[in-house]
Ligand binder design. Structure first.
Ligand code: UD1
Length: 362
């Protein structure tokens, strides 16, 4: 059986790593990279470091407006699907690459497997919410990471082909965190390149990432978020996503932040290390909210809502506004109760379940 898998953005390389390792035992997989993320430290580093099979095809689409980027991907994915005529198309998550793959396959009547199906923020302003709803609607198999995601689909009247597999991100965290070199802080700091060169080892730190369109499309929100980080009681490591870079550089020129260490985007293992040992994580990323939860690092999420509502129990994760006082207050004054922690995301067997369900469809 032949499967075409579409990836394009950083978190999808990590999810595909967990599944490809297993899927290739039983299926012929053709891994297609749309080229949505193209900078070396947003793309190549993950294939090298995580020992993921390199993409068989890179469509080289790159950046653009939503319509232009998605349309260009659809055209190029359609060519691949016509040539390969796979039994299935496999897509992950909620990016423009996900939607483009799903639409191209759907029109060719190729069954779609959507991994990370059923998540909802109920905020239709988010491109991710639009992408995930549309992709779920045309997928044959909706493979959900949590029970909550299954319920969301049920509310929309979707039951057939819906399964709770556990979360592939959890597989990845459990698998790769075994590879971390513990008590080697100096080693990980040595790998960090900051905007002022090499980063000196720190005894304690926070780690922050901000890249969502809703937070980075205006200077004011980024300014407020950075002002909050500047008020914290320990230094903040801040790997800068290319989307945020221009704004961050402008603000850093103006304010010369003293408590924030801006770095290049990190590889996955470095990120796991710095998150695992951080005092807290401050983020607007979906993936990081779960990674911090699994690694038991408290998280403050700079958003009005989250798809990962399980993490909010016991304040293991707490939502904050992109406003300096609210954000600094939540980071400094929230206590997390880890006794409420449960295995909401599975036990690292999601990839196995995904392969089993695809086999069962045959
Ligand atoms: C995308 C996903 C988002 C996901 C994130 C993970 C969509 C709609 N959004 O957001 O859900 O959380 O990936 O990182 O698909 N850029 C570069 N180099 C790169 C990649 C991007 O310079 O390698 C710049 C470009 O100027 C681009 C901007 O970053 O316009 C945004 O990139 P894009 O891929 O459109 O969305 P992300 O913000 O990365």
């Amino acid at each position: 059986m032949k499967i075409v898998t579409i990836v394009g953005a950083r978190p999808q390389f990590i999810k595909a790593a967990a599944v490809s390792r297993l899927i290739r035992k039983d299926f012929q997989e053709i891994l297609v990279h749309t080229g949505q993320h193209y900078d070396a430290n947003m793309s190549d580093i993950f294939f090298d470091e995580l020992k993921i099979p390199k993409p068989d095809i890179n469509l080289g689409v790159g950046s653009g407006t939503h319509a232009r980027q998605t349309a260009e991907m659809m055209v190029r994915i359609e060519d691949v699907l016509l040539k390969e005529s796979p039994d299935y198309l496999l897509v992950y998550g909620d990016t423009n690459s996900t939607l483009a793959g799903a639409i191209a396959a759907s029109k060719l009547c190729i069954p779609i497997v959507h991994v990370e199906a059923g998540l909802r923020s109920y905020n239709m302003q988010m491109p991710e919410e639009q992408n995930r709803i549309l992709t779920d609607r045309i997928s044959t198999l909706c493979l959900c990471p949590t029970k909550e995601a299954v319920k969301n689909l049920e509310k929309e009247g979707r039951v057939k082909g819906v399964y709770d597999t556990g979360d592939v991100m959890c597989d990845a965290v459990l698998f790769y965190s075994q590879m971390l070199e513990e008590n080697k802080a100096a080693y990980y700091f040595e790998k960090l390149q900051g905007s002022c060169g090499q980063v000196k080892p720190l005894p304690r730190w926070y780690i922050a990432t901000i890249h969502r369109a809703e937070n980075t499309d205006t200077l004011r929100k980024v300014e407020e978020i950075l002002a909050a980080l500047e008020m914290l009681d320990e230094p903040v490591l801040f790997p800068v996503h290319p989307r945020t870079k221009k704004l961050v550089d402008t603000l850093n020129m103006k304010y010369g932040y003293k408590n924030i260490i801006f770095t290049e985007p990190m590889g996955y293992l470095e990120m796991l290390y710095f998150v695992k040992h951080a005092k807290k994580t401050i983020t607007d990323s979906g993936g990081l909210q779960k990674e911090t939860y699994i690694l038991e690092t408290p998280c403050v999420t700079v958003r009005d809502q989250t798809e990962w509502i399980e993490t909010l129990k016991g304040n293991c994760n707490i939502l904050a506004k992109p406003e300096r006082l609210d954000l600094a207050d939540k980071v400094l004054n929230t206590k997390s109760d880890w006794s409420k922690k449960e295995d909401y995301y599975g036990q690292g067997k999601a990839a196995y379940e995904i392969c089993r369900l695809i086999q069962g469809e045959k």
